[in-house]
Ligand binder design. Structure first.
Ligand code: AR6
Length: 168
């Protein structure tokens, strides 16, 4: 079971083995944390994503799954790209959000990452209410059957930090 830590800040600045990107299925970049990672990490990341699309996921990375690439110029060694679900009131997609965390940790194990930083997946552009996103994130990471020793939730802003640190 990994030790959990919480910091308020920018995930692109984290000196950890792997940072997780809240990407979309195309893996071709976007806004939010995805935009920041590609901007600061440089073109090597997008190049690696294109290669993954060409070889492994021609139709895009399915929601709830994860893949690793180089982290380019970032301090981390790897970026683990995952796709969280878009929030929907009409349908409970919590399992897919939990899967995004679980699969990211599985990929972290595969590459040998011992410290992994996560953003609040789906809690930005994808509209997931922060308190619920935090509960799913923390409970899923806590139960993790993983060799990852340290999970750092890097929260952008005070509200996200408060939501994550309030989960019991
Ligand atoms: N460091 C840490 N957290 C951040 C950073 C950062 N640099 N920038 C934003 N956040 P979002 P999603 C927070 O929208 O909801 C993209 O276009 C942000 O405040 O990045 O999963 C993708 O390509 C929020 O709390 O991801 C997809 O199309 C959290 O990270 C879509 O957005 C997640 O917000 C994915 O949407």
């Amino acid at each position: 079971m990994p030790e959990l830590q919480f910091v308020q800040g920018d995930i692109t600045e984290q000196s950890v083995d792997a940072i997780v990107n809240a990407a979309n299925s195309s893996l071709m970049g976007g806004g939010g944390v995805d935009g920041a990672i590609h901007r600061r990490g440089g073109p090597e990341i997008l190049q690696a994503c294109r290669e993954i699309r060409r070889t492994t996921f021609p139709g895009g990375l399915p929601t709830g799954q994860a893949v690793a690439t180089t982290a380019g110029r970032l301090p981390a060694r790897w970026v683990i790209h995952t796709v969280g679900p878009v929030y929907a009131k009409s349908e409970d997609r919590s399992d897919l959000l939990a899967s995004a965390y679980r699969e990211s940790l599985r990929v972290a194990d595969e590459v040998g990452a011992v410290s992994v930083a996560f953003p609040a997946i789906s809690a930005g552009i994808y509209g997931w209410p922060m308190d619920d996103a935090a509960r799913i994130a923390v409970t899923t990471a806590r139960e993790g059957a993983t060799s990852v020793e340290r999970v750092i939730f890097v929260l952008y802003g005070r509200d996200a930090y408060a939501a994550f640190t309030s989960v019991r």
